[in-house]
Ligand binder design. Structure first.
Ligand SMILES: C[S@@+](CC[C@H](N)C(=O)[O-])C[C@H]1O[C@@H](n2cnc3c(N)ncnc32)[C@H](O)[C@@H]1O
Length: 252
């Protein structure tokens, strides 16, 4: 079953990859969320070895190169994303792998100063295995930083501007999106609670340094935010965080 989900998602990501060129990439942590320029979670990246989980079009890795990272590595399930990332990073020498994040593909252990993931981690079919692998890639003292939809956000819907709870936050289940980005690209996603993310990090051995339920970025201070029922809207984001950001450390 897991293999089927991964294969389905892989094919669909190949189809929608072109919608994600430079979208959900650092310094952005997610829609309307505070940015890395505001939060400064990464600190000094000079000469650091970094690994991007779900690198997409490679723009976050490009950002890391700009911050002086010495080695750029990444894993993404989609071959189309790899092609896009190779283009984005054409002046650099990244190591880009096309594979599911939940698979041990022999990436070096105890090697990276920082592993990060911007809006990709929630696609994993096996959160425990993914966090264990990430923990194993990090050096002692290495940091793992990721952002994803705030786990309650998919349940926060709006109708004529009235916010209501859709479905059950309690029930952790898979959801099938029949179409994605308006394309015939069915995807299966696992819905998890906030506590599941936190507890799986702890079980993998991490010490959690920060959990951020992001407020709206100051970039939108002067934006109107009219009533909207869209999935991501400034109107909703001002009432409820679109994005959670977690920073954890491998203390050993
Ligand atoms: C919203 S995009 C992330 C964009 C990326 N942060 C950037 O800087 O451009 C989500 C990415 O997760 C990847 N993905 C989805 N499921 C995956 C999995 N199981 N393992 C690895 N990558 C996966 C997709 O191919 C897609 O590139």
């Amino acid at each position: 079953m897991t293999k089927q989900i991964l294969e389905q998602n892989r094919q669909s990501w190949d189809k929608v990859a072109h919608h994600f060129n430079g979208v959900d990439a650092l310094p952005s942590y997610g829609p309307f969320a505070k940015t890395e320029d505001e939060l400064r979670l990464f600190a000094d990246m000079e000469n650091k070895r970094v690994l991007d989980i779900g690198y997409g079009s490679g723009h976050s890795l490009l950002y890391m190169a700009g911050k002086g990272a010495s080695e750029l590595w990444g894993v993404d399930i989609s071959e189309e994303q790899r092609k896009a990332a190779e283009e984005t990073l054409s002046n650099l020498t990244p190591k880009l792998y096309c594979a599911p994040m939940e698979e041990d593909i022999g990436l070096p252990k105890e090697y990276f100063d920082c592993v990060y993931s911007i809006y990709a981690i929630g696609w994993t079919t096996d959160l425990a295995q993914t966090f264990q692998l990430i923990y194993s890639y990090l050096k002692q003292g290495g940091r793992f930083i990721f952002s994803w939809d705030h786990p309650l956000y998919p349940h926060v819907r709006s109708q004529n501007g009235k916010i209501y709870l859709h479905g059950s936050y309690q029930q952790e289940e898979t959801e099938v999106y029949g179409a994605f980005k308006g394309e015939d690209a069915p995807m299966v996603i696992h819905k998890r609670k906030m506590s599941t993310y936190i507890n799986e990090l702890i079980k993998a051995g991490f010490t959690i340094e920060a959990v951020i339920e992001s407020e709206v970025s100051s970039n939108f201070d002067f934006a109107e935010g009219e009533v909207s029922d869209r999935y991501y809207s400034l109107y909703k984001a001002r009432k409820f965080p679109t994005t959670m950001i977690i920073k954890a450390v491998k203390k050993g």
